[in-house]
Design a protein around this ligand. Structure first.
Ligand SMILES: Cc1cc2nc3c(=O)[nH]c(=O)nc-3n(C[C@H](O)[C@H](O)[C@H](O)COP(=O)(O)OP(=O)(O)OC[C@H]3O[C@@H](n4cnc5c(N)ncnc54)[C@H](O)[C@@H]3O)c2cc1C
Length: 428
């Protein structure tokens, strides 16, 4: 490190320590704890404020010195949008991780942004409630999931996390603490500012707290898994199920990438029904008639079912991914595409109910090029029913323009790929 850089880093570290205390300013080792070892963010400084007031001070400091600030939570998706080199500092919400107020009868909860979704769901379940957007990783924070507008297992039924945000507190890129929204569904008569944070990827504000709308846990959650002897059989059955009105909350096909060349094994199919015991029982009976052969049915707690779902998607999250968006009327003709993925040993998760297939990409450039050509061929045969999204996060001009208006000094995560920076873009 050049001596000028070292002096700048020492000054920055000292200034941050004055705001949050020396015990709460870390470096590489702290990011590695969040983002995994060998993270590309080496040499950066992390400050962990303990209150919204300290966030305000940090952002004001960033503005007055022109220092970029990157908010982050669990770090599970940070590297996708963050370039390796950064001149500023990272702001971790790890010390702001409390449930502030749970109003069981009002079906609302106020949390600090650094609380993990897993911890929240644990507490809610003891009151028979849940936030219907499941955790993906135990490290994911509610602030990070809101900033990313996370959608999870059962998105077909429940949508995205932004649909459950009733209010928020956040610190603007000029260092103002703003509270917006409230604890009721009807609480904004003008522009719903809290919703602007959903999908803002750390660009518009540091989210410090969120008020979520909650739902009672379903009386019954039923998970069915089935194996089909052929891809076509499975797809035909899925298409038939989607045509009927049921209390379906997800319908997925998975492969861990271990299928044989004949593509007849190594993949399976899951379906979830949720609602009143009566509705689930009646729809289960109806669906049984559509399902061929043997299949297993489990009554699941939401946590156990979510864990099963994430386990089935293992292998998708270690490298580059791509996404195909499907017109649901085309489901029965997805056979050639899925067969290709199976033959190439590519792990995938097809959320057929929501109309999206995510798959891993080969990591070697040669394999990726070859595979890309094959994939393009198969997708072309299905056009216009399947639209392949690229594996790199494309810059979003509107987000960039909004950011420029909201953050004229350009201090809030200015090198974010979405804002035109050059990130890694492993796929979202
Ligand atoms: C195994 C696995 C499965 C997944 N499956 C899905 C899926 O099915 N569907 C889906 O939608 N996503 C999925 N994800 C992505 C998931 O939504 C994100 O990993 C998670 O929401 C990020 O939370 P985090 O706390 O780790 O955020 P980070 O990775 O720390 O940050 C993510 C982004 O949010 C910003 N940010 C974080 N906290 C704040 C804050 N307080 N204020 C402002 N900005 C902030 C950061 O700047 C960054 O841009 C999956 C991830 C994993 C690891």
């Amino acid at each position: 490190m050049a001596s000028g850089d070292a002096a700048r880093e020492a000054r920055l570290r000292g200034d941050l320590e004055k705001i949050v205390g020396s015990a709460h300013v870390g470096g590489e080792e702290c990011l590695a704890r969040h983002c995994g070892p060998g993270g590309v963010l080496a040499g950066n400084i992390v400050a962990a404020p303990g209150s919204p007031g300290e966030v305000v001070e940090l952002v004001k400091y960033a503005v007055s010195t022109g220092t970029p600030v990157v908010p982050f939570g669990g770090g599970t998706r940070l590297l996708e949008v963050c370039p390796p080199e950064s001149r500023g500092f990272f702001l971790s919400t790890m010390r702001m991780a409390k449930v502030v107020e749970l109003e069981v009868d009002n079906l609302s909860v106020t949390v600090e942004a650094g609380l993990s979704n897993t911890a929240l769901q644990g507490e809610l379940s003891t009151h028979g409630l849940f936030l219907p957007v499941c955790p993906d990783s135990p490290r994911s924070t509610l602030g990070g999931q809101a900033a990313r507008n996370h959608s999870a297992w059962r998105r077909y039924r429940h949508g995205k996390i932004g649909d459950f945000i009733l209010g928020a507190s956040f610190v603007t890129p000029t260092g103002k603490l703003v509270k917006t929204g409230g604890k009721t569904v009807k609480n904004a008569s003008g522009y719903d500012l809290a919703k602007l944070l959903a999908g803002s990827w750390g660009n518009f504000a540091v989210i410090t707290g969120i008020i979520f709308r909650l739902l009672p846990l379903p009386e019954k959650l039923l998970l069915t898994t089935a194996e089909f002897s052929s891809v076509e059989d499975g797809l035909r059955t899925a298409a038939a199920i989607l045509r009927h009105k049921t209390v379906l909350s997800s319908l997925n096909i998975f492969s861990s990438g271990s299928a044989g060349a004949d593509a007849t094994c190594g993949w399976n199919w899951t379906l979830a029904l949720e609602g009143s015991a009566e509705a689930v029982a009646s729809h289960q009976k109806f669906l049984s008639a559509l399902l061929p052969g043997e299949f297993t049915v489990e009554d699941g707690s939401t946590a156990a079912a979510a864990a099963k779902y994430e386990a089935a998607r293992d292998g998708l999250h270690s490298g580059r991914r791509a996404t195909a968006v499907i017109d649901k009327r085309k489901i029965a003709s997805l056979g050639p595409l899925l067969r290709l993925l199976l033959q190439q040993g590519i792990p995938f998760d097809g959320d057929l109910a929501a109309g999206v297939i995510e798959f891993a990409l080969p990591s070697h450039a040669h394999g990726a090029a070859e595979f890309g050509a094959l994939l393009a061929q198969r997708v072309a045969a299905l056009q216009p029913g399947v639209h392949l999204l690229c594996d790199r996060i494309p810059p979003q001009p509107l987000l960039g323009r909004l950011s420029a208006g909201i953050d004229p000094a350009g201090i809030m995560f200015p090198n974010n790929l979405f804002r035109g920076g050059k990130g890694h873009g492993q796929g979202i």
